[in-house]
Design a protein around this ligand. Structure first.
Ligand code: MCA
Ligand code: AMP
Length: 482
């Protein structure tokens, strides 16, 4: 297939800025040189892990590996030991790319390590890779068990980014600002590979802050990507921050995704800035499916229309397609198109279950379609999937971690509405000894150490017993009344 980053081979683009993280930046010529040198060092490998800190090194490491035709497994640097062990044994990378000086814990430290030198210089010569070759393996949580590795081919990356370019009129003149993590699709594929495929530039904030957004959008940045929690924090800050309001008012495009942006936050931002945030809808497995278009109506509470090349349908419980465009009939969203993953690594069972016989991917998201085709997501099929801060978190994974704590006899995990996070993780715990139950902080630390800090329970509620039905199954819906 043609190169994922055609601009890197165009000498005319050489002096244009490509990446900026804080004070550190690379032009296209510098990025091509650093990626070329690194690709030369790792070219013989097949699958490599990247210690995905929010840094130039991560961006250079990923671009180099993709240019060499390799598959990248991004690792969350805050993942705990069991999560890292699972990801590394499942994906079996032959080495890890990291920034010089970064400490690599336990199982990652045992891998062969290649330091990314962003000032290195080599010839940039992208390898010939096929459309169906895997580009990324991104781990994503399910309702039960450990996260599954979604294998994302190169054609999915290219097609989703080109479809977004069409929908958003995204060009090489755009300067994107964001503070998203670089081990998920949103921050890495859309937020780093997106600008580089267009020949534009990205300014990463290191970590999200409304000050950083005001500074960059008040300067040269034209677009902002964020999860709803970030836009909620912006909406909260706007009344006291005229500089932030002015900066947002001047942006070309404000895009939210990864979870639903509440209409209240949409309206507060519109009232303070005169600008509407637009939403797009995607998944790790499908990359992007729909979006409000730059030239379309930004209707709060909707995720717009299917992107070019993406087929989308709603189906009834029994799988029969819904014909109605009435804003009322709810069905599960199924999608088909070049944006889809090829399957879950080492999980043919889960892959088969995710698709219908005729190749539609079952998203598990429930939606209605309005008369003009706009999709409005109304909920999710599985109550055991929690979206907190834009992260998808499986209840079963946290329950298993809690049950490994010696003070926990039984555990159930649910999501509760949260103004800031969308949903917060609640752990319902039956202690081994009711007189000395493990403390809430201790249980949160326990989960954060094993899995990841964003998977830790924010609230712990203690019970004498979990509500169960006649079959012994935990009745999660009864937990609120327990
Ligand atoms: C707190 N911390 C702890 C503990 N408690 N660490 C260890 N043990 C503990 N017990 C640390 C946290 O690690 C964090 O560290 C800090 O304290 C604050 O934590 P927290 O409150 O959880 O986070 P936050 O800073 O408030 O983060 C909110 C956030 C974040 C910035 C919105 O949730 C975020 O980045 N979300 C983005 C998720 C995302 O990209 N999703 C995309 C997947 P420190 O201060 O060092 O950070 S979805 C996707 O890709 C699809 C395709 C799509 O559609 O987009
Ligand atoms: P992930 O598995 O982390 O890639 O998350 C994918 C899920 O995020 C989807 O199945 C949706 O439930 C949710 N999602 C992504 N974008 C949106 C959006 N704009 N509105 C509502 N939900 C969204």
């Amino acid at each position: 297939m043609s190169s994922l980053f055609p601009v890197l081979t165009e000498s005319s683009a050489g002096r244009r800025p490509a990446l900026r993280f804080g004070e550190r930046a690379l032009t296209y010529a510098e990025l091509a040189a650093a990626a070329g040198a690194l690709a030369g060092r790792i070219g013989g490998e097949a699958r490599v892990a990247v210690w995905a800190t929010p840094s130039l090194e991560t961006a250079v490491g990923v671009v180099a590996a993709l240019s060499a035709g390799l598959t990248v497994v991004p690792l969350n640097p805050k993942s705990g030991e069991s999560e890292l062990l699972h990801i590394l044994s499942d994906s079996a990378p032959s080495l890890v790319l990291a920034a010089p000086g970064d400490e690599l814990p336990g199982p990652v430290g045992e891998l062969e390590r290649v330091d990314v030198d962003v000032r290195d210089a080599g010839a940039y010569a992208p390898a010939d890779a096929a459309d169906e070759d895997p580009a990324l393996v991104v781990y994503t949580s399910g309702t039960t068990g450990p996260p599954k590795g979604a294998v994302i081919p190169r054609r999915a990356v290219a097609s989703t980014l080109d479809a977004l370019a069409d929908a958003w009129r995204w060009t090489g003149d755009d300067v994107l600002v964001h503070g998203l993590p670089l081990f998920h699709v949103h921050g890495l594929v859309l937020g780093i590979l997106g600008p580089l495929r267009r020949g534009g530039s990205v300014r990463h904030l290191g970590r999200f802050s409304t000050d950083g957004v005001a500074r960059e959008l008040g300067g040269r940045a034209t677009m902002l990507f964020g999860v709803p929690t970030m836009y909620h924090r912006i909406a909260e800050a706007l009344p006291g921050d005229p500089g932030l309001a002015k900066a947002l008012a001047g942006a070309r495009l404000l895009v939210s995704g990864s979870a639903a942006l509440p209409v209240h936050d949409h309206e507060r931002i519109a009232a303070a800035t005169g600008r509407r945030v637009i939403e797009r809808y995607g998944m790790t497995e499908t990359l992007m499916n729909t979006s409000v278009r730059a030239d379309g109506e930004a209707r709060p509470g909707t995720v717009g229309v299917p992107l070019p090349g993406v087929e989308l349908r709603l189906v009834e419980e029994d799988g029969s397609p819904i014909a109605a465009y009435d804003g009322e009939t709810v069905g599960e969203i199924q999608v088909r198109g070049p944006n889809l993953f090829t399957g879950y690594l080492n999980r043919p069972d889960a892959t088969a279950a995710a698709f219908t016989a005729d190749g539609w991917f079952r998203t598990g998201d429930m939606a209605v379609r309005e008369a003009d085709g706009y999709v409005r997501i109304v909920g999710r099929k599985a109550t055991d999937l929690i979206k907190s801060g834009g992260y998808k978190i499986g209840a079963g994974e946290i329950e298993n971690a809690l049950l490994e704590h010696p003070g926990v006899r039984e555990a159930a995990v649910t999501g509760e509405p949260d103004e800031d996070l969308g949903e917060r993780i609640v752990a319902w715990v039956v202690p081994v000894d009711p007189a000395t139950p493990p403390g809430a902080d201790e249980l949160a630390d326990h989960v954060a150490r094993r899995l990841a800090p964003h998977k830790r329970p924010r609230v712990v509620r203690y019970l004498d017993a979990l509500p169960r039905n006649d079959m012994g199954k935990i009745m999660k819906r009864a937990l609120g009344d327990a």
